[in-house]
Design a binder for this molecule. Structure first.
Ligand code: GUN
Ligand code: ZN
Length: 464
């Protein structure tokens, strides 16, 4: 049985009117802007809020109040049920800004490099997704895996088959997840069994947009796979869709490996750069997310910053495929919006905590010791900005949707032992991103309801 809030005392803040309310207690951290590199600086102090003993009051699936526990309790109607996560950390749900749900079953496949891995593992794995039962079964597993890892929003690749996106959205809708997804557009340089045409990709994408964009918490992303696998005519069709549907997202890959960049230069010799290929077809704007962005130049970064096009930093994928080291500091210094991405199945983990560990390693190799506070901003609010969803998710501002994750500092014996010795918030966050993984996620809430809970020793998904 949950605890309940006690009756109101005189002098307490005005109570919120909503009978379907819930109080959630725990340590709370959330962000309002980029904390930068120095947690002691003025910039950092205004960038985040931290409540050592905090309370979230949720009602109607949204945040009604976030603050110190005593104030949250005072704001709650008498009898409001309480979920007590005392000693654990509540964060806004993680935002995975680039992931392929159909690649769940090829995670950890040993390709030699990106193009070899695509040919040998990825394209064959995507073939069966024309079968809606296969697609739905994989989507169910994928969405459960996101919840187990505290990821509440993702920007998701389907396959070339429109059924793959119908199945994904149906599964996400049943779980009330805020998801953005799209059908791959791909009409050349891939196996014939995965090829669409410029016209069919336009027609299928348009039908999916009309059916799903804005349905409950779902949004659509126009999804040309990358410049190698789309003809001029298909990128033109993607640009036409983008003009016709200005609130729909754009989602693709850019400048991931040297061999890929060389191939794009051969295919599009008239373009100034790989990014410029997309720009010429009207495919840069906000929201638009391009995965990898490793081999960009200053002009590309200026262009992205100027139009709000975001980069999805995919460090486990970039290390696994040997693609290269994304220069995070340069991108942030140049004003590019950056999100963090697992990029499963090129990426090696669904865990955004494991992904932050790799982000730190890649940054270290580039001479930039990424602070944990900034890393958690990237994985939450900055991801929401990248997807154009920061008006409804990304932090605990009043009125936002109540998607959040509960992290357990005692999740493993080592984590518990090490946490006991950490002195500062930065040190504790750093431990979570260095030692944490799916075991650290003790609960995941969607619209204020607990949809995943790790019971002692017996992980299970509870769809309530
Ligand atoms: N470039 C084109 N397609 C893909 C893909 O499926 N994964 C990755 N990592 N890069 C790509
Ligand atoms: Zn990818």
């Amino acid at each position: 049985m949950p605890e309940t809030a006690r009756p109101q005392q005189t002098g307490a803040p005005a109570r919120k009117e909503n009978i379907a309310m819930r109080l959630v207690r725990g340590e709370i951290l959330h962000f309002f802007s980029d904390p930068g590199d120095d947690s002691g600086a003025q910039r950092a102090q205004t960038a985040f809020r931290h409540h050592a003993d905090g309370g979230l009051l949720v009602g109607g699936g949204r945040i009604a109040f976030c603050g110190d526990w005593a104030d949250a309790l005072a704001a709650a109607p008498a009898g409001t049920p309480v979920d007590d996560h005392g000693g654990r950390l509540l964060l806004p749900g993680f935002v995975d800004t680039h992931v392929h749900y159909p690649q769940t079953d090829i995670i950890g496949s040993p390709g030699k490099d990106l193009l070899d891995w695509l040919d040998r593992y990825t394209f064959p794995a995507e073939r069966p997704f024309g079968d809606e039962a296969v697609a739905a079964g994989t989507a169910e597993f994928f969405c459960d895996e996101l919840l187990r890892n505290g990821t509440t929003t993702a920007l998701v690749f389907g396959t070339v088959h429109p059924q793959s996106v119908d199945a994904f959205f149906r599964v996400a809708q049943r779980r009330e997840l805020r998801m953005v997804a799209g059908k791959v557009m791909m009409d050349r340089h891939c196996p014939a069994y995965l090829r669409d045409t410029a016209q069919s990709s336009y027609d299928d994408s348009r039908r999916l947009i009309e059916r799903w964009h804005g349905a409950d918490r779902l949004r659509y992303a126009i999804t040309p796979r990358f410049a190698i696998t789309s003809s001029d005519a298909q990128l033109q069709a993607a640009g036409t869709l983008a003009r016709e549907f200005p609130t729909v997202a754009l989602h693709s890959h850019v400048a991931e490996s040297r061999a890929e960049v060389d191939r794009v230069r051969e295919l599009y010799p008239q373009a100034r750069s790989y990014l410029d290929v997309y720009d010429r077809f009207g495919l840069l704007r906000r929201p638009a997310v391009y995965a990898h962005c490793i081999y960009l130049d200053a002009q590309d970064r200026r262009r992205m910053a100027g139009c709000g096009t975001a980069a999805a930093f995919s460090p486990t994928s970039n290390l696994f495929l040997g693609s290269g080291l994304f220069d995070l500091r340069q991108a942030l210094d140049d004003g590019v919006t950056v999100g963090v991405a697992t990029d499963v199945g090129g990426g090696t983990s669904f865990s955004m905590l494991r992904t932050l560990a790799a982000a730190r390693q890649v940054s270290q190799l580039n001479g930039y010791p990424l602070p944990a506070l900034r890393a958690f901003w990237l994985a939450t609010l900055s991801g929401a900005v990248a997807l154009g969803l920061d008006d409804c998710i990304g932090n605990f501002a009043e009125g936002k949707e109540a998607d959040f994750v509960v992290l357990d500092p005692q999740a493993t014996p080592l984590l518990a032992r090490r946490m006991a010795r950490a002195q500062t918030l930065e040190e504790r966050l750093f431990l979570w991103m260095t030692l944490g993984d799916d075991r650290s996620v003790s609960a995941t809430y969607i619209r204020g309801r607990c949809r995943w809970q790790r019971d002692a020793g017996a992980p299970q998904v509870h769809l309530r």
